[in-house]
Design a protein around this ligand. Structure first.
Ligand SMILES: [Zn+2]
Length: 278
């Protein structure tokens, strides 16, 4: 088994559980956070092993056990987790103590929410992923956080920029103070799209076309770099380049460590992103 390595992430191993973190977030001492891998859980088959998605064919007790393991290695209490309800849209919801546990230990009341923000401690923002980037945001000055699910649709809706702006509206966050991290997700190496999708990126990121939309060897196809697109979106919001950590891990390439919708289709597990203020 190849070891997972990264130039930009901390790769944490705790027994069999492997998780991915951002050094810039860890250094603040203000948050608990991680992006899960597929290693160290109890799911089997194509969902092996750390499937965090209910409704992917695993029995619920298996998924609960996986969450218990994530809780054990991270110190995040399951009752503090608040699940998003992702629809590839751009709706952002502020959550607080009232929403704690929604999705995991209590029914979820929200619907159609792809990004969450809070400035309350021990409210763990939780989003779900299997190629789509998670965008982590932390304002260490105002002590506020945001977490966005940014697949290609969310990226062209600029959900990351809007989430940073929401933190400004609600908490007075200044963009130049906000730290950002783009999680492991499908890389420019593997995100092949047709002209319908590349055209949307070409229109929105016309100033950075050579970095966002790359040629493909296949006729009528292009390779989109979501990591660059999200980065430019965050720079437009006023974030500083040195405060943005862009992943170097492609979920489709690293099949021993990540589920990938592109590689596996619907017969797969789901990873999750977790972020809470301590
Ligand atoms: Zn790749």
């Amino acid at each position: 088994m190849d070891e997972l390595t990264s130039k930009v992430h901390l790769i944490r191993r705790f027994g069999p559980v492997v998780s991915v973190k951002f050094p810039s977030f860890e250094e603040t001492g203000l948050v608990r956070h991680l992006f899960s891998t597929r290693r160290g859980g109890v799911s089997s088959g194509n969902r092996a092993a750390m499937n965090l998605g209910f409704g992917r064919g695993d029995n619920a007790e298996t998924v609960y056990e996986n969450f218990r393991r994530i809780s054990f290695i991270s110190g995040i209490y399951p009752g503090d987790m608040v699940f998003s309800d992702q629809v590839h849209g751009d709706r952002i919801m502020e959550v607080g103590p009232m929403e704690r546990g929604q999705g995991l230990i209590r029914p979820r009341k929200m619907s159609g929410v792809d990004a969450l923000v809070t400035n309350r401690r021990e409210v763990c923002l939780t989003t779900f992923h299997a190629d789509c980037p998670a965008v982590f945001l932390l304002d260490p000055i105002k002590k506020a956080i945001g977490l966005a699910h940014s697949g290609w649709r969310g990226t062209v809706l600029e959900i990351s920029r809007h989430t940073a702006e929401k933190m400004g509206e609600l908490y007075g966050s200044r963009p130049e103070d906000i730290l950002a991290g783009i999680s492991p997700s499908i890389g420019p190496c593997c995100f092949e799209v047709g002209e319908d999708v590349s055209g949307v990126f070409e229109a929105l990121f016309s100033e950075h076309l050579d970095e966002v939309v790359l040629p493909s060897p296949k006729e009528g196809k292009s390779q989109v770099n979501l990591w660059k697109a999200i980065t430019y979106s965050l720079l437009d919001a006023g974030l500083k380049p040195e405060n943005i950590t862009v992943t170097d891990l492609c979920t489709k390439c690293q099949e021993e460590y990540f589920y990938s919708h592109r590689r596996m289709g619907n017969d797969r597990g789901t990873m999750a992103a977790f972020l809470e203020l301590i």
